[in-house]
Ligand binder design. Structure first.
Ligand code: ZN
Length: 335
């Protein structure tokens, strides 16, 4: 009992959503606010699908550690010059489907309604199309080659037992290069653009090198691929877009517009607005409820099993200590 008061000095039991908080209150509040923030992120339209379809364990799919490590490497105190800042912004945009592709531009400017993909001028431009666009295929191949070259150079630092051939690297990192899986091209590139590496790739790299080198490599692959994508694919694509805009007489002034104009009369517009507003409110309420439900699940899982959601892997080492503390707390309660 002495120990219990040491860890839990309150004389009453705080309750949150009918859950009794019988442990450190400040720590609990921190976990709740952190988890609410993360749940909000998981509801973001670009990531939502992955968290909604949780019929399978998503931890088996991607190596999240590499994703968070790369983000940390170019974020916060490490982001101290314009170059890093540009890389960070571009990475956040490409991993959240916020790059100014034509479909995204249309959301705020109707002048792009009839603008096709600037590279092939034959399809609608979305991020999904960008990775398989015929007009950018050569650029992607160059970006992939540069990634592989840099990875090979990086590998030379380590004394690997067996030498890794360029073909083995290609097949492991860009799985679609394997004649058995040509259909993986779109998915493979999309995942790399999002800054995600599948566990299958990591397993293959482990076989070629070692566990330690494979985890270092996953981080480097994301870094090198993203840099090469920006240099060889995105910048030339922007140049093509400028040329297309010029040929369509889209002026700088047109581009500055930030809201879509409606061609309908005022009354229809008002109806449309009311309808959208109601739909928006309903959507917001359902999102909020879903967020709270996920947050509760997350906390329940954390308290009962000490397990974190797989996408939070970056904090596992820190949390293990906390879990041990929690276990100690439990033991003390038992006494
Ligand atoms: Zn295209």
């Amino acid at each position: 009992m002495i120990r219990l008061t040491r860890y839990f000095p309150l004389l009453f039991l705080p309750v949150w959503h009918s859950i009794e908080i019988d442990r450190r209150v400040r720590q609990f509040c921190r976990i709740v606010s952190e988890s609410l923030e993360e749940v909000t992120w998981s509801l973001n339209s670009n990531w939502k699908d992955y968290f909604d379809n949780q019929t399978h364990d998503i931890s088996t799919e991607w190596n999240w550690t590499a994703h968070w490590h790369y983000l940390n490497n170019i974020n916060k105190s490490r982001c101290d010059n314009f170059d890093t800042n540009n890389t960070l912004i571009n990475f956040i945009k490409s991993s959240n489907n916020l790059l100014p592709t034509v479909d995204n531009l249309r959301k705020r400017n109707d002048i792009y309604d009839d603008v096709p993909c600037p590279a092939c001028r034959d399809h609608e431009e979305t991020l999904n199309h960008l990775v398989i666009c015929t007009g950018l295929e050569q650029a992607f191949l160059t970006a992939e080659k540069e990634t592989i070259d840099k990875i090979r150079k990086y590998l030379k630092r380590f004394k690997c037992k067996k030498s890794v051939t360029i073909n083995e690297l290609y097949i492991s990192i860009f799985e679609y290069r394997d004649p058995a899986f040509p259909e993986l091209k779109q998915r493979n590139r999309q995942e790399l653009l999002r800054g995600l590496i599948s566990h299958t790739i990591v397993k293959k790299l482990r076989k070629l090198t070692s566990k330690r080198i494979a985890s270092l490599l996953s981080l480097k692959i994301i870094k090198y691929f993203h840099e090469a994508f920006r240099k060889h694919v995105w910048k030339p694509r922007c140049k093509m877009m400028n040329e297309l805009e010029e040929s369509l007489h889209i002026t700088h002034q047109d581009k500055c517009k930030t809201s879509r104009t409606h061609k309908e009369d005022a009354e229809t517009q008002r109806d449309h607005y009311r309808h959208t507003l109601t739909a928006f409110r309903e959507q917001k309420a359902s999102k909020y409820n879903e967020g709270l439900r996920r947050c509760k699940d997350h906390l329940y899982r954390l308290v009962t099993t000490g397990l974190l959601p797989p996408w939070k892997s970056r904090k596992i080492t820190v949390q293990h200590k906390n879990n041990n503390n929690n276990n100690n707390n439990k033991k003390n309660y038992d006494k």
